[in-house]
Design a protein. Structure first.
Length: 161
């Protein structure tokens, strides 16, 4: 999203409040805009958009370009939880999680002290990796045909397309 700004070097970021279906914050980002050295562009975007809502106990649902374990830890320090898809190419994801081979509708759960990473095989050749600092316990409804866990259901309910 932010790797290809328009021809003038401008990208737009939006913060949406899903329950009220309103846009609560819009921020414009220039290509040459400065940010802290230890902060990725995705982290800078989310922190700027969420600045009025940090330390209030809210949740942020992010796409895979904004989700990482290190960023989840930063948000936890600011009393904000996060749920989002994780790209398998992230450096902070261990090789055992990346290379997990699962059968169809199988789930693997990896817990740490701050967040939970859940790998779900929803399609024959594509697995979904979710990171959640909101859900410490992940459960699967055994009566459901596709056996989706609560992290995937929460992400699908709170994402905005």
């Amino acid at each position: 999203m932010f790797s290809k700004p328009d021809k003038f070097g401008i990208s737009f970021g939006f913060a949406l409040m899903l329950i009220q279906s309103t846009c609560v914050m819009v921020s414009i980002f220039r290509r040459d805009e400065s940010r802290p050295q230890n902060q990725s562009l995705g982290e800078c975007v989310v922190l700027r958009l969420m600045d009025p809502y940090l330390n209030t106990g809210r949740n942020v649902t992010t796409d895979n370009s904004f989700t990482s374990i290190s960023f989840a830890k930063k948000l936890i320090e600011k009393r904000t939880s996060t749920v989002g898809m994780v790209n398998k190419t992230r450096r902070d994801i261990s090789a055992t999680i990346k290379n997990a081979s699962l059968s169809l509708y199988e789930t693997h759960i990896h817990n740490s002290e701050t967040c939970t990473i859940t790998v779900y095989q929803g399609k024959p050749y594509k697995s979904v990796m979710m990171l959640s600092s909101l859900h410490s316990n992940v459960f699967v409804d055994p009566e459901e045909a596709k056996k989706k866990h609560n992290t995937v259901k929460f992400y699908n309910a709170t994402k905005f397309e």
